[in-house]
Write a protein of this length. Structure first.
Length: 192
C-alpha cells in the first residue's frame, strides 16, 4: 500500500509516529513537510483511498481561506517567477492565463478533475476521509504546535515561503470564487 517517492499531492504517512498528513497545495505544505519530516521530497505517501484503512493513525490537514489560496496561486504562477507558464486547454486550443479574471473563468468552466491540483477545492482532497484534526493556515503557529505535541515532535519550525498577497479582489470576483469554492467556505468555516 505504501509508496516511496516524491509525494506529489498524496497523503504523507509516518509509521513511527503513526500519523497521516493530508497534503493540500498552497496551504503551507512546504513548511509543514519541513517541520514534521525535515525535508520536502522523497517522503512516503499512500493513496487517498487507503487513508481510512489506518484507523489508529492520527490524520490531519491544513486548510486555508479560499480567497487567499486562490490569490497565492495567482501570485506564484501567473504574476511570479513562473509567469507565462500557466496555460489551459479550451475547445482544443491552448490559452494563457494573464489576469485574475482569466483564472476565475478557468476555474468556473472546468470541473475538479480538469483543474490543476493547486486550484482543486480543498474539500476534494478531504472527501470521505475521517480526519482527527482540521488545522488552518490562519492559525498556523497554534495548530502546528498542537500537532507537534500530539505527535511528540520537538523540531523547530520556520515558514519557508510566506506569501504576502498584494492583490485585491473585487466584490464580483469574490462572488465568483465563492460560487466555485462554496464547499470549502462551508465545510471549513470560512466567511464569505
Amino acid at each position: 500500500m505504501e509508496q516511496q517517492r516524491m509525494c506529489g499531492v498524496k497523503p504523507i504517512i509516518n509509521h513511527e509516529k503513526k500519523f497521516i498528513y493530508i497534503f493540500i497545495p498552497k496551504n503551507a505544505s512546504s513548511t509543514i513537510r519541513d517541520c514534521l519530516f525535515g525535508r520536502l521530497d522523497g517522503l512516503p505517501y499512500i493513496f487517498y483511498q487507503d487513508v481510512n484503512y489506518y484507523e489508529n493513525y492520527f490524520k490531519f490537514v491544513f486548510t486555508r481561506n479560499p480567497y487567499d489560496r486562490f490569490l497565492s496561486f495567482y501570485k506564484d504562477n501567473i504574476r511570479g517567477d513562473m509567469s507565462n507558464r500557466f496555460e489551459f486547454r479550451k475547445y482544443g486550443q491552448w490559452h494563457r492565463v494573464k489576469s485574475i479574471d482569466d483564472l476565475i473563468i478557468h476555474i468556473l468552466e472546468n470541473d475538479n478533475m480538469q483543474l490543476d491540483y493547486h486550484l482543486k477545492p480543498q474539500s476534494w482532497f478531504t472527501r470521505g476521509l475521517n480526519l482527527d484534526f482540521i488545522c488552518s493556515v490562519e492559525h498556523f503557529n497554534i495548530d502546528i504546535q498542537k500537532v507537534k505535541i500530539i505527535l511528540d515532535i520537538n523540531t523547530p519550525h520556520k515558514h519557508l515561503r510566506k506569501t504576502v498577497n498584494k492583490y485585491e479582489l473585487t466584490p464580483e470576483q469574490k462572488n465568483l470564487i465563492y460560487e466555485r469554492y462554496q464547499d470549502d467556505f462551508k465545510r471549513f468555516g470560512y466567511g464569505k
